[in-house]
Design a protein around this ligand. Sequence first.
Ligand SMILES: Nc1ncnc2c1ncn2[C@@H]1O[C@H](COP(=O)(O)OP(=O)(O)OP(=O)(O)O)[C@@H](O)[C@H]1O
Ligand SMILES: [Mg+2]
Length: 368
Amino acid sequence: MATILIIDDDPDVVRLIEFALRRAGHRVLTAKDGETGLAITQAEHPDLVIADVMMPKLNGYEYCRRVRAQEDLADILILVFSARFQPIDRQTAMEAGATDYMPKTVEPSELVAHVEELLSTSPAAAKVKAGQVVALFSLRGGVGVTSLAVNLSLAVALTRRQPVALVDMAPLAGHAALMLDLRPTGGLHKALASDGLITAETLKPYWQIHDSNVQVLSSPMSPGEAGEVPPAAVQPLADSLRQTFSLALLDLPSTLSSSTAAALTAADRVLLLVTPDVASLQSAAIALQALNTLEVDTGRIWPVLNTPGGVGGLSPEAVSKALRRSLVATIPYEPGMLSALNARRPLMLSSPKSAAAHAIARLAAQLM
Ligand SMILES: Nc1ncnc2c1ncn2[C@@H]1O[C@H](COP(=O)(O)OP(=O)(O)OP(=O)(O)O)[C@@H](O)[C@H]1O
Ligand SMILES: [Mg+2]
């Protein structure tokens, strides 16, 4: 799945290609003019942009020039999609910095096929093929980071029938293994203590395997073994995970230690959890600042709204507005979450038809 931005002032064109791209499993953002398109490009760093030529404020060629003038946007693919199809139009688009050009006479299916082809040649696609490491994070504790990590890993392992890694990075008494009814053994810390060196091979004996094929590296349970994962071990850990799994989830503790900072930097995506209250919004805003300082690209940060509390929460629109970011997923309040925890049978297994399980399954599909 890629994040794709469509910039076009014709709502019918937008609706048509937005529908086709979403059906192909992509996350789609839209803008009605070049200026808004540029602002979204800077904020969201999409993988690919489909840009019209004749549109208000900033035309498609000028949009391409402005994007290419910014070094940090260099890897964004731009497909100019225009009603004009003379050879000179293609040439102007390419000179302005477009990756490719397509006339608007093509069918949506043809456009989607072309988009897939462009994406498959991009550096981002190569990374996804190598397996992706996704960090789940919040600077406020108790917002549902572990519950989401556990349920997301189950959603992917069960639908794709492939192993998914779940790494509990808590320095002590993390809950990932507990939620899956596995006995926490502190696998990651044991691997670090016995070998020092983290490779796919040295991690092998420490995985705890759930029936679903979610494989867990649990956090230590005894205060004597407690401690942050050394920051220098985080990059080798991420590399080993990419080698072995197509998806690995890092359940991060809610502090900005050097260990979590290393994990946020090493991850291919960061799911930033926020709950619909001002305290969580404050934490999320500070987390976004920290991620910016760590030079984590904004396109890699996916804000997710979770609702562990019942009534009185802010609306998703208010949360998105306050963060100045669109939400990738909204997970509703699910009363069954608590009994799932107490039964050690996560929601994805105990209530797969619930609205929250559906929202998590959709997020899993977007990730893959
Ligand atoms: N969408 C939801 N609906 C209802 N309850 C939820 C939801 N998400 C999480 N919870 C509940 O919120 C509580 C905290 O969840 P969880 O332990 O996953 O949070 P956390 O962010 O990992 O916390 P910690 O900071 O302790 O690591 C749990 O009781 C869980 O069942
Ligand atoms: Mg947790």
